[in-house]
Design a protein around this ligand. Structure first.
Ligand code: NAP
Ligand code: MG
Length: 473
């Protein structure tokens, strides 16, 4: 049993003023792993004050000083690689494969922030003027549980690159992962107050970050519903917001694709991070004439998809993070049945032998109509909907018939055709014939998948304000 009883403010681990406890429960066994004390409003204000003071000097550091800080953090994180992987498996129920990829993603965040800093011109000439790209101020970082330290690393590395200071509010369910990264950040010896981390509830700590006039910008990853609450609150003090929200990503398999490759890839896209991924390809768009072939391949792939103990390196689908999330996924499977979709594989209930944890049967629905709730709403679990289309135009229309627009996938044997279709999809990223992350390319959503972009130059500039100096000659 572990007790996380400290938060991190102004370069120190401190006892929070908050006194409420939150239980940390294993997703794999539902046994109690430990508990975390939750910070309160006063703790959040103290963290913001520390970040505000630190900003005065940190905002004036040089790019090379900040490169050094980023390198120091990366070194400290690398020292504890196996602990990072183990804690994601234990606390979150992330599969070993996911936890390992997640660690690489953390490392790459620092590499790409360093790369940006080496090349970015903070002073430019526009028209007759000198334009200085100035750090925006104190940034509030609010993130969910599904890739907690990944989000901390990508957002914090960009904030540091820009010369901003931060207050981070992770999900309370990720307290042990947060403890580990905080220890690494502490060892990296950044100036006091550059980063502050407060465990606590969204309605308390998150709300204070959204409200407090000393926060200049919020970088939020989470649900569209909470994103809207934050954006409404932020407007009162005109905070800048970057919102990375939900998704219902379409995966278009064109009729010329190699189905023996595209369909297994589609299962990976749908069930990545046990389906708890904003970018999961949860709507599989198949040419009508290829449905029978697809069904056969999918059944075969899923019969070889290992569900179970996330520690097992071969496991592809682990438990849902919490009982609440398990119930939400079950509700959606029931909704799909009620709406008249047909279960090809999976369905309600837990897989045999896995009754103790929050395990869901990887589920595939066929005869799904894009108007159904299971095709429109984010489920955040291993549930895939197959939708058939008649023509390429039809496929594009269905793909875009959604409130979301975070990511899309396309498979085709003709790269030009894939490119042509991709250019008509309203999504921040379109993956063609594969799945990868480009940390120098923008990431973010069209429509209700968010506002703004992370990564690359656009991501960095979201932490900067342009100041134009117009000299009269
Ligand atoms: P969530 O409920 O939106 O919570 C995200 C964060 O916001 C948590 O830290 C939460 O704190 C906090 N929060 C809740 N209410 C708040 C409020 N009123 N004011 C300020 N902060 C508040 O999301 P989740 O259920 O944890 O995570 C799943 C969602 O994240 C999915 O919808 C998924 O699509 C989205 N997501 C998006 C991306 C992306 O990059 N676009 C990536 C991953 C996940 P508590 O934990 O205390 O509630
Ligand atoms: Mg929540």
């Amino acid at each position: 049993m572990k007790t996380i009883d400290k938060i991190y403010i102004n370069g120190e681990f401190v006892s929070p003023k908050g006194t409420e406890y939150f239980n940390l429960i294993s997703p794999t066994t539902n046994e109690k792993l430990g508990e975390v004390i939750l910070g309160n409003t006063e703790d959040t204000q103290n963290a913001i004050d520390a970040a505000k003071t630190a900003f005065k000097t940190f905002s004036k550091t040089t790019a090379s000083e900040r490169i050094q800080y980023l390198e120091n953090i990366k070194i400290e994180i690398e020292k504890r690689k196996s602990e990072f992987i183990d804690i994601v498996v234990e606390e979150y129920g992330g599969t070993f494969q996911f936890a390992s990829n997640s660690f690489t993603y953390m490392q790459k965040s620092f590499d790409s922030a360093i790369n940006l800093l080496k090349n970015y011109e903070f002073t430019k000439t526009m028209g007759e003027s000198e334009v200085q790209m100035a750090p925006i101020g104190v940034v509030g970082i609010i993130i969910p549980w599904n890739s907690s330290n990944g989000f901390i690393c990508s957002k914090l590395s960009t904030a540091i690159a820009a010369g901003c200071t931060v207050v981070i509010k992770p999900s309370e369910m990720s307290a042990q992962q947060t403890q580990l990264i905080t220890e690494c950040l502490h060892e990296a010896k950044l100036p006091k107050g550059v980063f502050n981390i407060v465990n606590g509830l969204g309605e308390v700590v998150g709300n204070e970050i959204s409200r407090n006039p000393d926060i200049a910008k919020i970088s939020f990853t989470g649900s569209t519903s909470v994103g809207k609450i934050i954006a409404k609150e932020a407007v009162n003090t005109m905070k800048r917001v970057t919102l990375e929200l939900g998704g219902k990503s379409p995966n278009i398999i064109l009729d010329d694709a190699d189905f023996s490759k595209a369909i297994p890839l589609a299962v990976i896209a749908a069930y990545m991070n046990s389906g708890q991924a904003c970018i999961a390809g949860t709507r599989l768009l198949i040419p009508e004439s290829k449905l029978e072939e697809t069904k056969l391949i999918i059944k075969e792939v899923i019969s070889n998809t290992i569900v179970g103990d996330p520690k097992n390196p071969n496991t592809a689908v682990g438990p849902m993070v919490s009982e609440k999330q398990f119930n939400r996924v079950q509700d959606y499977i029931q909704i799909g049945i009620n709406e008249g979709a047909e279960i090809l594989t999976g369905g309600l209930g837990k897989p045999e032998g896995l009754e103790k944890g929050n395990f869901v049967k990887p589920t595939v629905f066929i005869h799904v109509n894009n108007k159904m709730r299971i095709a429109q709403e984010e489920i955040f679990g291993p549930v895939l909907s197959i939708i058939t289309y008649k023509t390429e135009e039809d496929a594009i229309e269905i793909a875009n018939d959604t409130n979301y627009g975070l990511q899309a996938y396309i498979s085709s044997s003709d790269p030009k055709r894939a490119q042509r279709v991709a250019s008509q999809i309203n999504a921040g990223r379109v993956q063609i014939n594969g799945i990868s992350h480009d940390p120098m390319a923008p990431f973010g959503g069209f429509k209700q998948s968010g506002i703004g972009r992370e990564f690359g130059i656009l991501g960095l500039e979201a932490y900067l304000e342009p100041r134009a100096l117009i000299q009269q000659k």
